[in-house]
Design a protein around this ligand. Structure first.
Ligand code: PAF
Length: 281
C-alpha cells in the first residue's frame, strides 16, 4: 500500500492506472477505522480494480463546540488495517491541500432542503461541510465509484443528490450498517460512551425495530414517533429527532406505504448517536 499525502503524487499514480484502463473506487473516511469502514472497503474492492481510502478529519463539518479537536485520530493503526485489507492507496491530505485558501475563504457546496432537515436542524452547516469536502475529494481522485455507509443515511442521500445534480461521473454506492452483537451500530463516537452507557446504547436500535413493528401493525406515524421519543428519554437519551421518512428523498410520508426509513439521532452522555432502519410495506 502507498501512503500519499501530496496531491501531485496521487495524480501521477491515478494517471498510471487510468492509462492501463483500471477502474478506481474511493472510500472517504475521517480515520479511526473500524469494522464498518472495512466493510466499505470490501464493497469498494468488489466494484473497482483499485481502491483509494482517504483519511481526513474535515474541519468544515464540525460545528462550534463539537468534537473536531477530540475526534479520535489513530493514523498508524488505520494504515495497518488498510494495508492488511489490500488497499492500494491511503490518501491523507493536509488541510491546506484540501482548503488552499483556508477554511474561512473556501468555496462551499450546498444541497438545499435535504441538508436542513433532521441532523441539519441540529448541526447547522454540517452537511455543507460534508458536501464541500466530498466534492473536493471526488475531483481530486476522479473515482469511478465512491462508497459511503448507510448509518449516515442522510449524508448518503445528500451526496447522491449532489452527484446527480452536478453531473458527476462517480457512482455513489452505499454499504449496510454494521452492528455489534447487542445491535449497536458501529461508530467511532461509541468510544465516548461510559461502560453503563454502552449497556443502554443498543436501545436505540431496539426502539427503531419496535417502531417499525408498530407501524406495520397499523399504528399512526405520529403516535409511534412520540412513543419512541418518550422511551428514549426515559432511559437517559436526549433525542434530537425520531422520524419516519421516505427512503428515496427523506420526505415526510402521508401514510405507511412504500419504501420507508426511520431515522433517529440522540445524545447519550457525551456521544451523539445516529441510527436508522429501512423497511417496506
Ligand atoms: O462519513 C464520514 O466519515 C464523513 O462525513 C466523510 C464522508 C468522510 C466526509 O468527511
Amino acid at each position: 500500500m502507498l501512503t500519499i499525502t501530496d496531491n501531485n503524487a496521487l495524480r501521477e499514480q491515478l494517471i498510471e492506472w487510468h492509462q492501463v484502463g483500471e477502474t478506481v473506487a474511493l472510500v472517504p473516511t475521517m480515520g479511526n477505522l473500524h469494522k464498518g469502514h472495512m466493510s466499505l472497503c470490501q464493497l469498494a474492492s468488489a466494484n473497482a480494480d483499485r481502491v483509494v481510502v482517504s483519511v481526513f478529519v474535515n474541519p468544515t463539518q464540525f460545528g462550534e463546540g463539537e468534537d473536531f479537536g477530540a475526534y479520535p485520530r489513530t493514523p498508524e493503526k488505520d494504515a495497518r488495517q488498510l494495508s492488511r485489507a489490500g488497499i492500494d492507496i491511503l490518501y491523507a491530505p493536509k488541510a491546506e491541500d484540501i482548503y488552499p485558501l483556508g477554511v474561512e475563504n473556501s468555496t462551499r457546496v450546498f444541497v438545499p432542503v435535504l441538508s436542513d432537515a433532521l441532523c441539519g436542524e441540529h448541526r447547522t452547516k454540517h452537511f455543507e461541510g460534508v458536501t464541500s469536502v466530498v466534492m473536493r475529494l471526488l475531483n481530486i481522485v476522479s473515482p469511478n465509484v465512491a462508497v459511503f455507509g448507510e448509518k449516515d443515511f442522510q449524508q448518503f442521500v445528500i451526496l447522491q443528490r449532489m452527484a446527480e445534480e452536478l453531473h458527476l461521473h462517480t457512482r455513489i454506492l452505499s454499504a449496510p450498517t454494521l452492528r455489534d452483537d447487542a445491535g449497536l451500530a458501529i461508530s467511532s463516537r461509541n468510544q465516548y460512551l461510559t461502560a453503563a452507557e454502552t449497556l443502554s446504547a443498543p436501545l436505540l436500535y431496539a426502539t427503531l425495530r419496535d417502531a417499525r413493528d408498530k407501524l406495520l401493525d397499523g399504528e399512526s406515524i405520529a403516535k409511534v414517533e412520540s412513543a419512541a421519543i418518550k422511551t428514549l428519554t426515559n432511559t437517559g437519551f436526549s433525542a434530537d429527532y425520531f422520524s419516519v421518512r421516505r427512503s428515496s428523498d427523506l420526505s415526510v410520508p402521508k401514510k405507511v406505504a412504500g419504501k420507508l426509513i426511520i431515522l433517529v439521532a440522540a445524545e447519550l452522555g457525551k456521544a451523539r448517536l445516529i441510527d436508522n432502519l429501512q423497511f417496506e410495506t
